[in-house]
Design a protein around this ligand. Structure first.
Ligand code: FAD
Length: 314
């Protein structure tokens, strides 16, 4: 099923919904762990799950494999990320064909970052320059078969020096056929909600899902926010400073913060949340419990095995 139809259904019912993002692990054991985690997290009721694409293509086969397994074995509605980095049209065609062959109907179309060792992004021979080119190509080749998502940047894309230009190109991606937007991580909910309003003013009307990255460790949080140049409000820095050596306290704070962020975002009228799980289960589960979106763990465990899932596994 297409994600956009699932989102519209949730919106019509006026109920909150959520999705989980995973990345392809580097080892076989990691892949096995991820499958087990996905299977457990199925019971947390994500509307869909995303599998990222390694810009540069080093693990792109694995992405296709994970998408096929999540979609057709685990029965999870899956969204395959697809980037333009080092991807001539022939490779894009292979990836799209594989996605369709396993019943997948959802693509997050991205430009991608430069491969490791390169600072500037350049398109490859017979490749695309922008995500909007990829969106247009998918629509041209597959019509309405795929639901297509694109990335949005509440703090502006790093390459962009002009906020208006950023809005213009985001709208262009939608005009080319994208039907939903997932945002880059952020920690200032007012900034996010203001950005959504600005999108609406500029005629970007598709659903926008905030990307929520729970803080899992002090080092990881610093690395990620430095890499993405994410604005971190002083209140968050001040709260983290005295607990930065205590991993559990940092994780607990991360859960509390994400719960509060989701509550603020809901109060601002946005009902869908995309969690960057970092392939970890616990924080996302605790956040969903904290929001009362799912029952506490003991109750989840005692739920009967999901019939549609067990059917797929037979
Ligand atoms: P684009 O939309 O193409 O924009 C790139 C830049 O070009 C922007 O500054 C934009 O304003 C400008 N621009 C766009 N169109 C035009 C135009 N026609 N003319 C002039 N300028 C233009 N990376 C991965 O490698 N793998 C992933 O799986 C992945 N998943 C992601 C998921 C999300 C939700 C997000 C937010 C990012 C993800 N990324 C991923 C990172 C992403 O690839 C990078 O942020 C990349 O630098 C930009 O990708 P984009 O699709 O936003 O690019």
């Amino acid at each position: 099923m297409k994600i956009i139809d699932k989102i519209r259904r949730a919106e019509d019912d006026n109920r909150p919904f959520w999705s989980f993002e995973y990345f392809p692990p580097k080892t076989t054991a990691g892949v096995q762990n991820l499958f087990e985690r996905m299977e457990r997290m199925y019971n947390l009721g994500p509307e869909f799950v995303d599998i990222t694409w390694n810009a540069g293509g080093t693990s792109s086969d694995l992405t296709s494999e994970l998408v096929a397994t999540a979609q057709s074995v685990y029965g999870l509605e899956t969204c395959m990320h697809l980037t333009c980095t080092n991807m001539p049209k022939e490779k894009i065609d292979i990836a799209l064909k594989a996605a369709k062959a396993c019943g997948n109907q959802n693509i997050l179309a991205l430009r991608g970052d430069p491969p490791r060792g390169q600072t500037e992004w350049v398109s490859c021979d017979n490749g695309f320059l922008y995500a909007s080119d990829l969106v247009a190509y998918i629509r041209e080749q597959y019509g309405d078969y795929f639901s297509i998502g694109v990335a949005g940047y509440p703090e502006g894309h790093l390459d962009s020096t002009d906020k208006e230009e950023d809005f213009r190109w985001l709208k262009f991606k939608v005009d080319q056929g994208a039907d939903f937007i997932v945002t880059q991580l952020f920690y200032d909910t007012t900034l996010f909600l203001d950005w959504v309003k600005e999108c609406r003013v500029r005629g970007i009307t598709v659903p926008i899902l905030p990307g929520i990255m729970p803080i899992q460790s002090y080092g990881g949080f610093n690395r990620m926010t430095s890499l993405c140049k994410t604005f971190v409000p002083n209140a968050i820095r001040d709260a983290l400073e005295p607990i930065k050596e205590d991993d559990q306290a940092v994780k607990d704070f991360g859960v509390k913060l994400a719960v509060q962020m989701c509550k603020d975002i809901r109060a601002g009228g946005v009902n869908g949340f995309h969690f960057y799980t970092l392939n970890l289960e616990k924080s996302t589960r605790l956040i969903l419990e904290g929001l009362a979106f799912v029952a506490p763990r003991e109750n989840i465990r005692s739920l009967p095995w999901n019939p549609s899932l067990s059917k797929k596994r037979e």
